[in-house]
Design a protein around this ligand. Structure first.
Ligand SMILES: NC(=O)C1=CN([C@@H]2O[C@H](COP(=O)(O)OP(=O)(O)OC[C@H]3O[C@@H](n4cnc5c(N)ncnc54)[C@H](O)[C@@H]3O)[C@@H](O)[C@H]2O)C=CC1
Ligand SMILES: O=C(CO)COP(=O)(O)O
Length: 309
């Protein structure tokens, strides 16, 4: 099925950039956004590929607005977060709503502002249907964006979702000037926490050590371009969550994902000490310094258990 015709849902930072990249590759693209309106069905019906770039808050509302999708259309979910209530990932929600369609999760270290400048980056198109992942690879890959495929969409999505929580913690760490040792220790243990959760949910360990786990974790924990990092940095300077959200005026997925992650970990008996401290901080139960004391004062243990971390 070539050439592809692409419909992008979401006219925010990421949706607009993805639309531009795909257009630059020579594919016809039409964008639907809540703000600009337009007839959703009219935009979707002629397309062969649906790229979803709304935030978590928009996933279910958009699904509810769509009735049937054109036969053979693949759905590319680029949203990074967890849906509240049922702990589903966005791609799982799409697959459940449209079981007859191939679903691809796109995720990686992809700070939009850098890609928009033409700086090189890599990402992952993941699907249980290899041919669907390859179609996305074809449509999106360019000299400045290297697209890998893999067959673990769950792990790929969880990497992108869970790192947002850790990027908030990294922002706090830098905002408190805790130094390079603390930052390296935090990121390493954050990855251990992400692996623990993702593997428990059925993801492949190696996926979390790839672009969408470690890769995205490093990018967002080290860059003030990350909105989650900036949120944490501001909290460390004594600003409240409300003030920071007002300042940032944009999507900060880690806030809701932290809440969902902590609830899920509690139900499944998983240890998520960093996420718990981020949650307590976001809820205003502790201050940033107390979070550090809590993390440093935990029971002493072995670094590795026989099983993953
Ligand atoms: N900006 C970035 O660097 C990257 C962002 N992402 C992910 O892409 C998603 C979108 O992020 P951005 O575009 O940066 O955020 P944004 O704040 O610029 O845009 C959010 C989009 O979601 C839409 N939306 C929100 N609620 C909606 C609803 N109820 N119904 C319909 N549409 C709704 C908004 O209208 C807007 O188009 C997030 O999950 C983010 O984690 C992924 C990779 C890179
Ligand atoms: O996911 C991203 C980069 O890979 C964007 O991170 P923020 O949402 O923290 O800006």
């Amino acid at each position: 099925m070539n050439p592809e015709v692409v419909a992008v849902l979401g006219g925010g930072v990421w949706g607009s950039l993805l639309a531009a990249l795909i257009r630059d590759n020579g594919y016809p693209v039409r964008v639907w956004s809540r703000r600009q309106g337009g007839n959703l069905e009219e935009i979707v019906q002629p397309a062969t590929m649906l790229v979803v770039a709304v935030s978590v808050a928009g996933v279910l509302p958009v699904i509810q607005r769509l009735t049937a999708l054109p036969s053979g259309m693949i759905i590319v979910s680029t949203t990074k977060g967890l849906l509240p209530g049922n702990y589903r990932t966005p791609a799982q929600a799409w697959q459940r709503a449209f079981p007859g369609h191939g679903v691809v999760a796109l995720s990686g270290p992809n700070l939009a502002a850098e890609i928009a400048q033409g700086l090189p980056a890599a990402t992952v198109a993941a699907s249980v249907e290899t041919s669907a992942a390859q179609r996305v690879q074809q449509v999106l890959a360019s000299e400045r964006l290297r697209v890998y495929t893999n067959n673990d969409p769950l792990g790929t999505e969880l990497g992108g979702a869970l790192k947002n929580v850790m990027a908030i913690a990294a922002g706090v760490c830098d905002g408190l000037n805790l130094g390079a040792n603390a930052k390296a220790s935090l990121i390493t243990r954050a990855l251990a926490e992400m692996v623990r959760v993702a593997v428990d949910l059925g993801a492949n360990t190696y996926t979390l050590y790839g672009l969408s786990g470690l890769g995205d974790l490093l990018a967002t924990c080290n860059s003030p371009l990350s909105r989650n990092y900036r949120l944490g940095y501001g909290l460390a300077q004594g600003k409240s969550l409300a003030v920071m959200l007002q300042e940032l005026q944009t999507t900060v997925e880690g806030v809701n994902t932290t809440q969902v992650l902590v609830q899920m970990a509690d139900q499944r008996g998983l240890r998520v000490p960093i996420a718990q401290q981020v949650d307590a901080l976001l809820q205003g139960h502790i201050n940033p310094q107390q979070a550090v004391v809590e993390l440093m004062g935990r029971d002493l243990k072995a670094e590795f258990h026989p099983e993953p971390l």
